[in-house]
Ligand binder design. Sequence first.
Ligand code: HDE
Length: 662
Amino acid sequence: MSRKKDELNQRDTIDNTKDAPLTTNQGLPVSEDEFSLKAGKRGPTLMEDFHFREKMTHFDHERIPERIVHARGFGVHGEFEVYESLEKYTKAKFLTEPGKKTPVFVRFSTVGGSRGSMDIPRDVRGFATKFYTDEGNFDLVGNNMPVFFMQDAIKFPDFVHAVKPEPHNEIPQAASAHNTFWDWVAENSESAHMVMWLMSDRAIPRSYSMMEGFGVHTFRLVNAEGKSRFVKFHWKPVEGTHQVLWDEAQIINGKNIDFNRQTLWENIENGHPAEFELGLQIIEEDQEHEMDFDILDPTKLWPEEDVPVQIVGKMTLDQNVDNYFAETEQVAFHPGHVVPGIDFSNDPLLQGRLFSYTDTQLIRLGGPNFHQIPINRPICPFTNNQRDGYGQMSIHKGQTAHHKNRMNNNQPEPLSAEEGGYEHYQEKVEGNKVRARSESFEDHFSQAKMFLNSLSDTERQHLSDAFSFELAKCDMDIRNNAIEKLLNNIDRDLAEYVADRTGAELPAENEESTYEKSSPALSMMNTKFSLNTRTVGVIITPDVTEDTLKETRSKLEEKGLQVKFISDKIYTIGSTTIDETLATVHSVLFDSMIVISGEEDLQPPVIEQLEIAFKHKKAIGFGGNVSFAKLSFSEKDKGVSNIETELDNFLEDVKNHRVWDR
Ligand code: HDE
């Protein structure tokens, strides 16, 4: 079980769960840790108190700068295994040896909020994976959306300044619903496609194990013969891609700010790993120009119906960290961490990222030796002539630290490509030095329209309401500008709807995109559905018997549901203890609700939670003598089932995630 972490942590673990004397950092046992050294019991503290000074100084330095983006993250360990050798495409060993398990560390994150912000803002999610391969670390630093806001990295600082809390008053936290964001996206229409994703339900995932991951950029795979192909990387969640509702997200953020991270942590602790399959879309080099967009443009996706996603392997995330700071906070990802067989394309966003990530780690992790931190250290040997610097943890033996040398027989020695040395793909490039964008990047609206064309009615409604919500939070001229420069160029109905909801002006001319294509894979309704890790809150009145509780728990758990009993207070009947009170949890924190009552009437807090569950289109079950008299819905409504006589209906509704047509 602990193999993966042990491999990384090697000799660096300090196990504070074992009996041990309390010492200073110099190893000196401490005799007293509650009182500082004073001249007299009521006198001043003495400078001589080295123990106090060491403890306080360490504390004063315990924070490092949070990430400028993706500050709030949650990391988990696991492993990856390829199904069949991909040697046809790549020489990367971890993709050519079925049966070989490669340790991985994944950090999921929100993007805009600070480290202490909530888990479910409307935001992109980071999905960064570090593969600790035998040929060095490969980092797939992706997001849960397949495109990005801009086409050239030089615009990234402007975009981040715009989406982050506004500079004059640092409001709002972790939200894009404000003037500077909408000003930037409207003035930079290449963002149109990504803005559609951000306004869609993809931006409010139900769980980190229920979202897709995308490498976003076009990369290259290169095989042993040196043949290169273009590739896009995908992670497909085994549990399917699911969301919460926006109204629900806003309540969850108050009821449990840690909702996504806690779900993942608890699932892993309870033996339910998060599982993702790795998918590849491949385009042959000689087909580079066959799409109706430029495959180097990161605001475009490759429709899965045109370029099928080949499922090639599986990642199982089944181990929580031992220490959040040491692992999740200090992990340093970089899209430039590649292994032989994986290479870059000329996507101008990717090219800029190749600079930014090391640069940011230097300030964030305090110097050039961050690769020696256990979570960042490759599990294969690494040697070179780099020396010294802040936080040098290794003791390099020997007299030489220079290449080439005769004194040490030219060791460490570069390897040829045949011997495993990394060789960049020899793409032929030529051109004038220009600050310009290729004309092939000019179409900003077709795929935004394709995204809209692909949504179900429910998803389209959610997206339209999200635009209306966000723009209503902006000043009128910002609203008008966004409707004119973005929405009116994508879809007239959408522009009309949002203008009407926000009191904005509808531009006189209809300039909507006429792109007709749709891609069914973009609708979350076409995802997988599973009962695995689904939760149910069972509200009971105090007169429900223990037998009923036991029977209910066992029949629900048998189907894979995670059950919590909720009542107005915690109490124990026989061997069953109530898990939560109506004050400590809420229906927004569960996938489904059940209410079981004896003769007692439902009290207002119960009614409130059930009404909200009904409004959020959740499966609702009932048992015992529940009376619907005080509820706005009844047992005849869709998605409301008697768990004694119609358990299968209830389970089917839970599995389907929501009762959308209620
Ligand atoms: Fe990042 N990004 N990014 N990004 N990014 C960072 O690196 C950057 C982009 C992504 O869990 C930073 O270590 C630039 C796309 C993830 O630690 C920083 C550009 C995608 C994470 C940075 C982009 C990402 C980051 C901040 C435009 C999806 C979190 C802290 C050229 C493919 C990794 C850090 C983690 C983090 C720069 C755009 C994904 C500042 C310049 C596109 C998942 O270096």
